[in-house]
Design a binder for this molecule. Structure first.
Ligand code: TA6
Length: 310
């Protein structure tokens, strides 16, 4: 079974406007709502690829109910730890003339120590050998700084394998729990290691430095440039095929979804890298945090051939 954990989920709202103009009313040409938060986005990708997952999260209030009901309608079972606060909403504003966007993420509702222990207890009840666990996103206020480290240790002590996609101290502390794989982007890699990441060679060295912090494998997402894999077998580069421009928000989550979808089917890490890049490319061509269709992903996958770096 594949589980996703989203400690700080969000209702993602996107506005398409003609032009960023301040100090006057701007009317949106289009709006959309997506069921967001990194783990939920992974569960949505897995559903598109025909694979079941259970979405765990802290959730509360009207936004929490909207996310539960929306995921249910998509056929994604949820196992929420309900909290007293209101689940957040994150906003993307796309300027169609400049093709630029503004992204505003709320901090999210405060969770208590009891809330965290309730979720951890639920994870311990569910965890079993051979499961895949995807942990993603920011920590809500009040969550322990080592939340991901505790959750990774819990699932891996039960024979599961954890993939972590976060940033800052939550990512750094999570690495120390030796997850199966972490998926930072280039900026998160630079912050984590303090190393330059401008060239491919620098990025490869930084990826191995991340592995030295604990993770067995590292995939670094590079946006439209694709992604890089570092493992004990070496470093691989997968370039992304060109796709029509969409909203890149969520493309990194789609990449993680492609990785875990392939790994759960016992594909090699290199093949999983290619599937991840195909899913990320499809996601980047969609509006909002749309994930694209399976046929589109499979067509993109045919054009992706990872190469080993010397
Ligand atoms: O990566 C896309 C996304 O998950 C959006 O759905 C948006 O909710 C945001 O990122 C949440 O990221 P955060 O790091 O704030 O948890």
């Amino acid at each position: 079974m594949i589980y996703t954990i989203t400690l700080n989920p969000a209702v993602d709202k996107e506005y398409l406007i003609p032009d960023f103009t301040f100090d006057q009313v701007t009317r949106a040409n289009a709006t959309r709502i997506d069921l967001g938060g990194k783990g939920f986005n992974v569960s949505r990708l897995l559903k598109i690829m025909g694979t079941e997952s259970v979405a765990l999260a802290f959730a509360g209030g009207h936004c929490g109910s909207l996310l539960r009901d929306g995921l249910f309608r998509l056929g994604i079972p949820t196992d929420f730890t309900w909290i007293s606060g209101e689940t957040r909403a994150n906003i993307s504003i796309l300027d169609s003339r400049r093709r630029r966007y503004l992204k505003i993420n709320e901090a999210g509702p405060t969770v208590t120590e009891t809330d965290f222990h309730n979720l951890l207890a639920r994870v311990l009840d569910l965890a079993a050998p051979g499961d895949w666990w995807v942990l993603g996103g920011s920590l809500p206020p009040g969550a322990p700084a080592d939340s991901y480290a505790q959750l990774i240790t819990a699932v891996q002590n039960k024979g599961g394998r954890a993939l972590l996609d976060s940033s800052g101290p939550a990512l750094a502390l999570g690495c120390r729990a030796a997850p199966f794989l972490v998926k930072p982007n280039q900026a998160e890699t630079a912050e984590l290691t303090g190393l330059p990441v401008g060239s491919t060679a620098e990025l490869a060295a930084a990826a191995q430095a991340v592995r030295a912090l604990g993770p067995a494998h590292v995939v670094i997402s590079r946006g439209a440039a694709g992604a890089l894999l570092a493992s004990e077998a070496g470093v691989w580069l997968a370039e992304s095929p060109a796709v029509p421009p969409g909203n890149p928000t969520g493309a990194g989550d789609a990449l993680v979804g492609g990785l875990v979808w392939a790994l759960a089917r016992e594909e090699t890490l290199v093949n999983a890298l290619a599937w991840g890049v195909a899913c990320g490319a499809a996601g980047a061509s969609q509006p909002g945090t749309g994930m694209g269709a399976r046929a589109e992903i499979e067509a993109l996958r045919a054009h992706i051939n990872p190469v080993p770096l010397p």
